[in-house]
Design a protein around this ligand. Structure first.
Ligand code: ATP
Ligand code: LTN
Length: 331
């Protein structure tokens, strides 16, 4: 039997998961579970590149894991774990940081954005963030990395580092490809549609949280920023309406053109209500399943402990190979 290809991806527990995380990444993760060997991790080591309140971080990390599961990541099919439970991530990151250049790291837009946003805490970890991300992916010899559009630059860098390492030390790492879904690759903020919907947005009306109750979701869509016209049409000068159309299409499985036709001649009011209802309907089962999981801590614990054990086996196999290749004395 041919071996399945491997997938690795993760999200930072830096806030509550949003509709952007769901449509841009999670929905694809779920879809890919049957065809691939999937590993999905909660990237808590990445999250501390920005100041986190410790008790909050611990709580949110658990919540993110349970939200993966509530959305449909099945522990019988996929490996689920916390990044910090597999120390090999930090160990490989060190080796890779000696194979990554200051110049390439300083070109990363996420680093530039985040240093602007957190000007009082431009720490070294924020700068080497993409190296840790490369370690996450390369440790598991992942073939494919399903992420939203904004992570493409980091995957490209991971590929450069892998190729460079393979070239210097001989074939060691699988060079991964990004996997970007067709719909929802970049969901924008409902309040400022020129910015991506982000879980660290201070304005909760800008994003839809996966666990928002139905009425809240509909209200947020009703308040979404559009424009002074009334035509439901996707175009560059209508970022708000375009975003809502993209969301509607991603949730219903229709194309943007079909959605445009469906709402032709109807005002923004009806349109926004329909988008809100479609999103609420998609997320209702997620919330229900989440509530069940939250009551079953023992099961969740079993899942992430078993996940880390399996992940560590794969990770240390790669790390051992890396240490041999670079000339570390065997222990
Ligand atoms: P932060 O705002 O704290 O930087 P984030 O919301 O961007 O976080 P991440 O943990 O960095 O979330 O990303 C998790 C995954 O969700 C990534 O694959 C990312 O590409 C995807 N993603 C995040 N926001 C969006 C969005 N608005 N549209 C599509 N995909 C998104
Ligand atoms: N930087 C990613 C989160 C992340 C990730 C990864 C995604 C950390 N390590 C490895 C895929 C594979 C982000 O989504 N902001």
């Amino acid at each position: 039997m041919e071996e399945k290809k491997r997938i690795f991806s993760g999200m930072q527990p830096s806030g509550e998961l949003t509709l952007g995380n769901y449509l841009g990444a999670l929905k694809n993760w779920i879809k890919l579970q049957d065809e691939y060997d999937c590993m999905y991790s909660v990237m808590n080591m990445h999250a501390i590149t920005v100041r986190q309140e410790p008790a909050e971080l611990r709580k949110r990390s658990m919540e993110v894991l349970m939200q993966y599961m509530a959305c449909g990541i099945d522990p019988e099919k996929s490996i689920l774990f916390f990044q910090s439970h597999v120390p090999a991530h930090a160990e490989l990151a060190w080796v890779l940081s000696c194979n990554a250049q200051m110049g390439e790291l300083s070109r990363m837009t996420q680093f530039k954005d985040k240093s602007k946003k957190h000007a009082d805490n431009i720490n070294a970890g924020l700068f080497t963030y993409p190296v840790l991300m490369a370690a996450d992916i390369l440790l598991y010899q992942a073939d494919l990395v399903p992420v939203g559009n904004d992570q493409l630059q980091h995957i490209e860098l991971t590929r450069d580092i892998a190729n460079r390492f393979n070239h210097h030390y001989g074939d060691t790492f699988t060079v991964p490809e990004p996997y970007i879904g067709k719909a929802g690759a970049r969901v924008m903020s409902l309040q400022s549609p020129e910015n991506k919907m982000s879980k660290s947005d201070p304005n909760p009306n800008g994003y839809v949280w996966l666990l928002d109750p139905e009425e809240v979701i509909i209200k947020k869509f009703k308040r979404a920023v559009t424009d002074s016209e009334s035509e439901v049409r996707a175009s560059e000068d209508k970022p708000g309406v375009t975003n809502l159309l993209t969301i509607y299409a991603a949730v219903t499985g229709k194309t943007v053109e079909e959605a445009e036709k469906e709402f032709a001649g109807q005002g923004y009011g009806t349109f926004k209500q329909a988008v809100g209802e479609a999103v609420a309907a998609e997320l209702a089962p997620v919330r229900k399943r989440y509530e069940e999981l939250a009551k079953d801590k023992a099961y969740v614990e079993e899942v992430y402990k078993k996940g880390a054990e399996t992940a560590a086996k794969i990770a240390y196999k790669t790390l051992g190979k890396v240490y041999r290749k670079i000339g570390f004395v065997a222990r």
